[in-house]
Design a protein around this ligand. Structure first.
Ligand code: URA
Length: 211
């Protein structure tokens, strides 16, 4: 097992997810709060054994104030179910808590968060992890990996392996579900989806063995 740095930051004294949500609502740690509708905090059981970390809220999440309620969320929900994991037992959150976008007419086009935004927002993810204490964190895509590992790592190189976090627990990197939405070829889409589900199955099995 590799040991990666899990950037610790000096933290405010936040003892509950409710207090965390309230603190996140006033976040000005990077400029993204200025254009987003609202912060989108993580959601799920206070002591979930598994935490899934996406990139950032999308258009629908920004409006709803809830993570993974749009198209990528529907793919994620299906994969979680196909992996035999109870969705209600999963804590779902994002590496970056505000929607970053570029206005294009009436549309808001998703923009990938940069390293500074990811690092500034790691503060919140770190507190979420400290409060929830998940045994397994699933990093969905490169932004989540960057946040959790504290440095850029290629998802393709570490995918599907458990990697210890300095703060306890371990993480497993896999693709972001929105990648599946972009695949045009049906056979490839199906293959990549199965690989994604297999990564989640690995997490379920690890929890079953640990139980
Ligand atoms: N993509 C993400 O990474 N997170 C969400 O909440 C929605 C889409």
């Amino acid at each position: 097992m590799l040991l990666v740095r899990d950037m610790a930051d000096e933290r405010p004294d936040i003892q509950s997810l409710k207090a965390l949500r309230e603190a996140e609502a006033g976040c000005t740690r990077c400029p993204l709060y200025k254009n987003a509708t609202q912060v989108v905090p993580g959601e799920g059981p206070a002591h979930a054994r598994i935490m899934m970390v996406g990139e950032q809220p999308g258009d629908q999440e920004d409006l709803a104030g809830k993570p993974f309620v749009g198209p990528a969320g529907r793919v994620l929900d299906r994969a979680i179910a196909d992996a035999g994991i109870d969705r209600k037992l999963v804590f779902v959150t994002n590496a970056v808590k505000h929607f970053k976008f570029e206005p294009r007419g009436k549309r808001r086009l998703h923009k990938r968060p940069n390293a500074h935004e990811i690092d500034r927002c790691h503060w919140w993810l770190d507190i979420e992890k400290t409060l929830v204490k998940p045994e397994i964190v699933v990093a969905l895509g490169a932004t989540a990996v960057r946040s959790i590992a504290g440095k850029p790592l290629a998802v393709g190189k570490i995918r599907g392996r458990f990697i210890a976090m300095a703060t306890g627990g371990r993480f497993l990197a896999t693709i972001h579900p929105s990648y599946l939405l972009r695949i045009q070829d049906e056979a490839d889409k199906h293959k990549q989806y199965r690989m994604f589900v297999d990564d989640l199955v690995r997490c379920r099995e690890a929890l079953e063995h640990a139980a």
